[in-house]
Design a protein around this ligand. Structure first.
Ligand SMILES: *Cc1c(COP(=O)(O)O)cnc(C)c1O
Length: 420
């Protein structure tokens, strides 16, 4: 038998069946009123997930495209920008800002450590020429989730930019309450959509920076995106990934039906279950034992065990796809994804596969230690959330099979503030 593939990495993530089915919907022209309703609904759904009334723009690209676009749309060469770097994605932002000629002040911490808001405040207080600060919300390379409420609080006087790629839909994020000016992310992590769509939410202050920014831009030009969205039939300036938008619409509907609070709680519990299991196996985590760490758990392999080999063997023998570490963590850790369309049994399966793989390499793990702890931790939370033992409602099968279901009205009135 060809093995059954189980995707357990922190992005891309498994798709709900109706999101897969939505890809088979006949293609639509993207400049019709009918498609515009879907487009507006997707944007409103993203605003709900980001908890913002700010404008949201959607781009056809991986996340890095939208990051690059943010820099082009906000800055001029020589602008002084603080970039927090405690992992591979923070490092990517440092490189990106430097490529565009920004004057980067780097604030770093060892991989696995947080960067406290107090340190950010100290740097900003000491250097009034800094105009903006960039932070990664959920640092997927380590599993650390940085304190974005604190970051927002200490960046009131500068422009704040947040990369929430594996955060949105898994970890608490309150764009407006926390005063985050630009929040950039994409669909392929907890938002249960195949890779290829990115988004950015923009505050008044972000638009203000945009109007003065001097870097060249074209494909990611926010004014072009806003003008197209602001037409009588809202649309994107260039051909969007139509199929992915239909899939994201289905994914956001799925999320809305579960309810954002319950979705976040499910992720929090899955983080606890995963940490309890690996601890019971005698392993240590790099990601902190903290409820905020809800999207991915980073686990050190025992001395003498090549983590990359574990990843390969687990895939080859059991069809369970996890991922290793970047940079200084390469070969030392495995990363277990538990964000998106994931439930307790998925995590228990992943832990069982990890146990089996370690045992096959003669690492002495008592049989079932991790699984027993995962079952125990799940049982403690059962009743809380569907997918964790509470009775859930089966979806409407006919609607699910159709992929899109009946059209829903737009939820938030779109604000009309952008671009001016
Ligand atoms: C996954 C992830 C990205 C992905 O960027 P791509 O351009 O899609 O490779 C960026 N930032 C963070 C924090 C991520 O977790």
């Amino acid at each position: 038998m060809r093995y059954k593939h189980r995707l357990m990495v922190p992005g891309p993530t498994p798709l709900p069946p109706e999101v897969t089915a939505a890809a088979t919907w006949p293609l639509e022209d993207e400049r019709t009123p009918r498609f515009a309703r879907l487009f507006v609904r997707v944007i409103d759904g993203l605003r709900e997930v980001l908890r913002t009334r700010n404008d949201v723009l959607v781009f056809t690209s991986s996340m890095t495209g939208a990051f690059e676009g943010a820099i082009q749309n906000l800055f001029s060469p020589g602008d002084r920008v603080l970039v927090l770097n405690n992992g591979a994605f923070g490092a990517r932002w440092v490189d990106l800002c430097r490529v565009f000629g920004l004057d980067v002040v780097e604030l770093s911490a060892p991989w696995g450590d947080e960067i406290s808001p107090a340190r950010v405040a100290a740097v900003l207080d000491g250097d009034p020429s800094i105009v903006a600060a960039v932070a990664v919300h959920s640092e997927t390379s380590t599993g650390v989730v940085n304190d974005m409420a604190g970051f927002g609080a200490v960046t009131r006087d500068v422009l704040s930019i947040v990369d929430t790629t594996s955060g949105a839909g898994a970890c608490d994020l309150r764009t407006d309450d926390w005063g985050l000016d630009v929040v950039v992310g994409g669909g392929q992590k907890a938002l249960m959509t195949p890779p290829g769509l990115a988004f950015a939410s923009l505050s008044e202050r972000a638009w203000h920076f945009h109007r003065r920014a001097g870097l060249p831009r074209f494909y990611f030009d926010w004014t072009a995106a806003w003008k197209a969205f602001d037409r009588e039939v809202p649309q994107s300036p260039w051909t969007p990934a139509i199929t992915l938008l239909v899939q994201m619409d289905a994914a956001l509907r799925h999320l809305r039906e579960e309810g954002l609070e319950r979705v976040l709680h499910r992720h929090l519990v899955l983080g606890r279950v995963t940490r309890a299991a690996v601890r019971a196996m005698g392993l240590t985590t790099l990601s902190p034992d903290d409820d905020r760490s809800a999207a991915v758990t980073t686990v050190f392999m025992p001395d003498g065990v090549d983590a990359d080999q574990i990843v390969l063997e687990m895939g080859d023998r059991y069809g369970a796809q996890i991922v290793g570490g970047h940079g200084p963590l390469a070969g030392r850790v495995v990363r277990l994804g538990h964000c998106g369309y994931v439930d307790a049994l998925d995590v228990i399966t992943m832990i069982a596969a990890l146990e089996l793989t370690l045992r096959s390499l003669a690492v002495p793990i008592p049989a079932g230690a991790g699984v027993a702890a995962a079952v125990e931790a799940t049982a403690r939370h059962s009743g809380a959330v569907p997918g964790l033992g509470a009775a859930g409602e089966a979806g409407d099968l006919a609607l699910e099979a159709a992929g899109m279901g009946a059209p829903e009205p737009a939820v938030l009135a779109t604000s009309a503030r952008g671009g001016r």
